[in-house]
Every structure is written in structure tokens, then in C-alpha cells.
Design a protein around this ligand. Structure first.
Ligand SMILES: [Ca+2]
Ligand SMILES: [Ca+2]
Ligand SMILES: [Ca+2]
Length: 527
């Protein structure tokens, strides 16, 4: 420890170092209180750190937070209120002297404790409950039942339109009840029905689309019903990894804050006029986003851009109701090299008509990785990778079984002529997969040429082309080092949703397969 710099790895060192600081040795002379910042990488160590600091007789100030969602930076969210409850448990188990709430009150990062349009009064209320519990050593009781709903706005696989997304956290629908006495809780439409004891009780359910409603039932009577103004959507319009909440305490808290103002809720995914178009859609396209008075500003049966699709159809198929939705002409070419032009990449990426056709996937398994069609979307998409120059990538990064998995699908510039190329970088346990998803019914051809790096460095492996609908392997070829290979496939009939997989595999050689050209051409359209 002596003379060392602060450790960056979790474990006993962290706890020892905290004790070292607390004792007042070294450069930091006699600190009275020791705390922490977010500590996302050593969350499980806080208990150890706290106890270690307390042992020296100093003040422990546990960092408290419920989520951190930096849209341009890191994403630290956990299912429901797991993170928040875990930290409060540690606050009690370490008998922390201070609670240090880590919040910028910066709504862009979702750390705010103050009520907002997303968490509403839920984190605020649950914090009051936890404060009393921590101070008194026992949970506070109330004269009425309380139910808090915490969830993400959409399932992680949902396609986001019109804005795009780089990340998707896993989510749940959490029901936290604080009942005066035991009762039953049911979630209408979600086949969830369970007994809840008195006091704080938390249960989590899969995040599936639909209204978010919970009821407290005793003696076969619904005694309390809470209906969130935000249903869980399957058609999100922008990335939202932070929590949205609603509770049976909302009206009560609102009236304390705004006694003379009717209760209001701002809900982007609600449908104020019940016409099938969510509030965000009406505000964004036909009113003003954020101005709730414009959330009922359009008719679902109108077709203002005259493309034959009503506003409701445009919403359902995720297209722009103010812009003629383009149709494809025979001869259209989907060329992946033209996708990345603006320094960002998304999963999926769009084609020139705005439809999401390019998907970045992976498959993990013991070598040889089985190419069985069960492929998953890469959960992590980068911006520019600094050391690699103009390169963007999609990767699984790691998983629980294989740990460090460094496969990726990337696009970067050909140093020779600055054109964009595709790299399928597989690893022993990971195949990197590019998928094109058909937006039309018709016949296509596929052209690929691989790139052999002039210096002859490792660019070899197995290139596999597969399709779905029905699933079959169309081609498999070993690509030798320093060899340029052309692949031409024609007469592939597709219907919307069918996918073509272009796969780079490790076996039997090292591979960082480079595709110099990757084009799909629409040869004919079905009637
Ligand atoms: Ca509406
Ligand atoms: Ca239209
Ligand atoms: Ca349109």
C-alpha cells in the first residue's frame, strides 16, 4: 500500500486502501469521512470498504444512486430498483454514518432524485422509506397500501424508429409493494398473481408489451389499482435505457407540491385521445415534442404525405408520416460500404430509404462454433475506435461462459483508397455475423469480394453464407491468406423479414476476414 497509487481493481486492496486513507496516513492527512463515487466496478466491495473505514473510527459515507445513463458515455442500470435496494442494504449492513446521494440533478443522465416525468415520485418516495429504515433500524409503516411500478419503456429487442440506438439494457417490469398487511397482488393481462407480505416486497416480471397495471386484492376485492400512464411499447422512438416509474402515491405527492393544479402526467407512450397513435407520435410529427397540448393533434386516418399509408399505418410499420415512404425499384443496390458515412453506427443500420436492413450479430459456442441460425444481436456498438482510426464496430464483448469474447463486425476504411470495408472478426468461441434483412418480396443477387491485405497479414478463415425462410447454407468457402475471393450468388428469392447471413468463422484458422465489396441487388420484384 505504502507509496502506491489508488488501486483500480476491486477486492481487498480497495478495502485496505480505504482504511489507509481513513487512518490519515500518507498524503491525505486525516480525512474525517471516507466515501466513494459511483463505484460501478466494485459495487460488491462497498460493504467491505465501509466496514474497513468504520473500524478505524472514521465516518463512512456510502455513495447512493439508482441509475446512471449517460447517453454519450457509460450506461449503468440494473433491473428494476435492484441497484438502489442493494446499496440501501449495504448502508444498513455497514451502519454507514452518511448517505451521499450521487446525483447531478442533470436530467440527461437520469441520476436525478427529484421527481421528473420518468421516475415521477417513485425513487423519491422509496428513498424516504429507506431513509427511515436506515435511521430507525426497522421499516416504517403506513396507514395505507402503496404500490410502485418500475420498468423500461420497451423490450430490448424492439426496433427503434425514427431515432436509432446504440445500446439496449435488459429490462424487467418490477412491482414493489409496501402493504399495511398481507394481500394478493395481480397484474391484469400479465398472468401474474402472488401473495405479498406486509412491508416492502419486490417482484419482477418479463418486460412484455402492453398496459402496466397492478392491483392489490383482499377478500376477492380490488382494494387498490394503479395504472401507469406509460404502457410498455414495442415501437419505441428513441433509446431509453433508464427506468420509467409510476405509483399509487403519485396523486398524493402531486397535491402536496401543486395543491391548486389538477394532476398531470406526461407520458410519451400513453395515448391521450385513444386513437391508436401514441402521444410521442402526434407531438413529434404534427405538434411540438414536449408540448402535451399537441399530443392529440392528428387523425390516424389522414394521409398528409399522400403515399397511400394512413398515419396509423405509418406508425405501425415505423415509417415517417410526413414524408412519402419510398418504394424500391428493380436494380436497387444495398451496398454496405455506403452505410457508415457519419461517424456513427447503429444496430440495425438503415438503408437509403430509411429501412433497417443491416443487422450485426454473433454466435458463441465451443469451437467449431455451430452455425445453426440461432444468432443474437451484438449488444455493444462503438463509435470510432480510437486506435484503429476510422473504424466502427459491433461486438458481444464478453459473456458469462466464455468471458472475454473479442469478436466483432466492423467497418473501416481501406487505407489504399479510403473506401469502407467490412471486417468479420471471429474468435475461438465467437463467429461474427452480418445480416441483411429483406424489406421486399422479390429476387436478389449477392456479390462479395474479399480483401487480401498487401502485406499478407492474417486475413483468412471460413466464409459462410446462409439464408432464412427457409434456413439453409448457400455457400461455404475457406479463404486463404493473401487471397482475394469473389462470391456471386443469384436467384435468391426473399420476402420481408428473410435474412441473408454473411459469417466469418475462426475454424480452422485465425480469421479477420475483410470484405472489400458487399452488395445485394434487387433483380426483380414480386407482383
Ligand atoms: Ca393518440
Ligand atoms: Ca402517409
Ligand atoms: Ca410516409
Amino acid at each position: 500500500i505504502e507509496g502506491s497509487t489508488p488501486p483500480h481493481t476491486p477486492g481487498p486492496i480497495m478495502a485496505d486502501y480505504a482504511a489507509y486513507l481513513a487512518k490519515g496516513d500518507g498524503k491525505l492527512q486525516g480525512q474525517d469521512a471516507i466515501g466513494g463515487f459511483l463505484g460501478v466496478n466494485w459495487l460488491d466491495e462497498f460493504e467491505r470498504v465501509g466496514l474497513s473505514v468504520k473500524k478505524t473510527g472514521k465516518t463512512w459515507a456510502i455513495p447512493m444512486w439508482h441509475q446512471y445513463n449517460n447517453i454519450m458515455g457509460s450506461l449503468h442500470v440494473q433491473p428494476g430498483t435492484d441497484l438502489f435496494r442493494k446499496l440501501w442494504e449495504q448502508a444498513r449492513s455497514t451502519n454507514t454514518t452518511l448517505i451521499q446521494y450521487v446525483t447531478w440533478n442533470d436530467y440527461g443522465e437520469d441520476t436525478n432524485l427529484a421527481p421528473g416525468t420518468a421516475t415521477r415520485y417513485t425513487i423519491y418516495d422509496l428513498t424516504a422509506h429507506q431513509i427511515k429504515w436506515w435511521k430507525d433500524g426497522k421499516q416504517p409503516t403506513y396507514d395505507h397500501d402503496k404500490v410502485y411500478l418500475t420498468y423500461r419503456r420497451y423490450p430490448s429487442g424492439a426496433t427503434i424508429y425514427p431515432l436509432n440506438s446504440r445500446r439496449s439494457a435488459a429490462g424487467v417490469l418490477e412491482v414493489a409493494s409496501i402493504l399495511t398487511k398481507p394481500g394478493k397482488i395481480q397484474l391484469p393481462g400479465r398472468s401474474a398473481n402472488y401473495d405479498a407480505p406486509a412491508g416492502l416486497f419486490v417482484k419482477q416480471f418479463p418486460l412484455t408489451a402492453g398496459p402496466v397495471v397492478a392491483e392489490v386484492v383482499r377478500d376477492d376485492k380490488v382494494q387498490l389499482r394503479v395504472t401507469s400512464p406509460d404502457p410498455i411499447s414495442v415501437k419505441p422512438w428513441r433509446e431509453a435505457n433508464a427506468m420509467v416509474c409510476y405509483s399509487s402515491e403519485y396523486d398524493r405527492q402531486w397535491q402536496i407540491d401543486f395543491p391548486d393544479t389538477p394532476v398531470q402526467t406526461y407520458a410519451e407512450y400513453g395515448d391521450a385521445d385513444e386513437d391508436g397513435l401514441p402521444n410521442w407520435f402526434e407531438m413529434l410529427y404534427f405538434g411540438k415534442l414536449g408540448d402535451y397540448s399537441t399530443a392529440t393533434s392528428t387523425n390516424p386516418n389522414d394521409d398528409p404525405d399522400g403515399d397511400g399509408l394512413t398515419n396509423l399505418q405509418e406508425y405501425q410499420q415505423q415509417s415517417d408520416p410526413r414524408k412519402k415512404t419510398q418504394s424500391y425499384q428493380v436494380g436497387h443496390v444495398w451496398d454496405l460500404a455506403t452505410v457508415h458515412q457519419s461517424g456513427a453506427t447503429f444496430n440495425p443500420d438503415v438503408d437509403t430509404t430509411g429501412r433497417k436492413v443491416w443487422h450485426y450479430l454473433y454466435k458463441l459456442g465451443d469451437r467449431p462454433v455451430p452455425l445453426d441460425g440461432a444468432y443474437l444481436p451484438c449488444p455493444i456498438s462503438s463509435g470510432k475506435v480510437g486506435y484503429a482510426g476510422d473504424m466502427v464496430q459491433h461486438t458481444p464483448y464478453r459473456d458469462d461462459q466464455f468471458k472475454h469474447v473479442y469478436g466483432w463486425v466492423a467497418r473501416h476504411k481501406n487505407p489504399v483508397d479510403d473506401s469502407w470495408m467490412i471486417q468479420l472478426r471471429s474468435n475461438t468461441n465467437c463467429s461474427a455475423i452480418l445480416a441483411w434483412q429483406a424489406p421486399v418480396t422479390g429476387r436478389i443477387s449477392l456479390h462479395i469480394s474479399t480483401y487480401a491485405k498487401p502485406d499478407g497479414s492474417n486475413r483468412k478463415g471460413t466464409l459462410t453464407i446462409q439464408r432464412t425462410g427457409p434456413f439453409e447454407t448457400l455457400m461455404e468457402k475457406r479463404v486463404q491468406e493473401n487471397e482475394s475471393v469473389d462470391v456471386n450468388l443469384s436467384d435468391i428469392t426473399v420476402k420481408p423479414g428473410d435474412r441473408i447471413y454473411i459469417i466469418g468463422s475462426y475454424h480452422p484458422d485465425y480469421v479477420a476476414m475483410m470484405l472489400k465489396t458487399m452488395k445485394i441487388k434487387l433483380e426483380s420484384l414480386a407482383e
